[in-house]
Design a protein around this ligand. Structure first.
Ligand code: NCD
Length: 305
């Protein structure tokens, strides 16, 4: 039995197969409409979510399966003090596969170690968010045609942003990918990513504070929200929350084919006027997220053929 805790759990070849399957599902959804008949997905969300939870649910429903679960910790027995280890043993009797989001780093991993069904990490604290990364990879591959030979700028909260951490881990495996990290000094990428992931693997990167200066070099700009819920005090959040605001004027500095991605939700970091720009891909990204989750569910349930 297989779980998904980090994007590294799949090899580059396996990721290709997964994305090919997602492509096929997108082309011919009817072929897959009953693949999960009689199967149940549990969504156990101890932290807020719109896209991730609903895209998992939509994915399972479109495969003919059914869903159950909870959307907040206080509506589950966690409020009574039940551990994730116990909860997953219970869920294992009710469902065939589980997507879990938790504010504590490593909680889905603990659940997976006690589970009798596949567990998918749907975001654990400031650590990883592998299915957002699958979404991002699928978006880039579909719209750019490849995951190699590009400069990707990651901008905003690079310290607490789990989507950023997972995406860096996944992208270093492709040829000639370099990074520009754009953040205020307080929100730089964590040391373990800089040392153990980037430097150790000889990846080209630089860290800057100003977005304007690097805009012309980027093939992709990945914007992120300042992660308010992970700050220790509100003052720091208020000081940093509007550090970057991507607007029309900044977009004039970018390449004609630069792509703007964002895992969403957006707060202020992308001005709504940018939505009209044909390089703004963040709403398209959402749809790819559903197809790749369909492919993932089929793969982990060993129904992909
Ligand atoms: C992201 C997350 O939960 O980490 N959202 C998502 O799943 N698309 C990004 C965020 O909350 O800022």
């Amino acid at each position: 039995m297989r779980h998904l805790m980090s994007p590294m759990d799949f090899s580059v070849e396996e990721l290709d197969t997964l994305m090919d399957l997602a492509d096929d599902i997108q082309k011919d959804p009817a072929k897959y409409a009953h693949k999960c008949d009689g199967k149940i997905l549990a969504t156990c969300f101890y932290e807020p979510s719109t896209r991730t939870r609903l895209s998992f649910e939509s994915a399972m429903l479109r495969l003919g399966g059914q869903v159950l679960g909870f959307a907040t910790a206080d509506s589950s027995s966690a409020a009574k003090g039940e551990s994730v280890s116990d909860t997953i043993r219970i869920i294992s009797s009710y469902a065939d596969i589980c997507a879990m989001r938790h504010p504590k780093e490593g909680a889905p991993m603990v659940a997976a170690s006690k589970s009798w069904i596949p567990v998918i990490n749907a975001g654990d604290g400031g650590h990883q968010h592998p299915t957002q990364t699958l979404t991002d990879l699928m978006t880039i591959r579909s719209l750019k045609g490849s995951l190699s030979d590009m400069t990707i700028g990651l901008c905003g909260d690079l310290k607490f942003g789990r989507t950023v951490h997972s995406l860096i881990n996944a992208l270093i495996r492709y040829r000639n990918v370099s990074f520009v990290f754009i953040s205020p000094p307080e929100l730089r990428i964590p040391d373990y990513i800089r040392e153990d992931v980037l430097i150790r693997n000889g990846i080209k990167f630089k860290e800057v504070i100003k977005l304007d200066d690097v805009m012309p070099e980027l093939d992709i700009l990945y914007m992120t929200r300042v992660q308010r819920e992970r700050f220790f005090n509100e003052e720091d959040y208020v000081r940093l929350k509007d550090f970057y605001i991507l607007n029309k004027e900044k977009m004039t500095l970018a390449k004609k084919d630069m792509m703007v991605l964002h895992p969403l939700p957006r707060v202020n970091e992308i001005s709504v006027e940018v939505d009209e720009d044909e390089r703004a891909m963040y709403f398209k990204q959402v749809k790819y997220g559903m197809y790749i989750r369909m492919a993932l569910i089929l793969t982990l349930l060993e129904l992909a053929d």
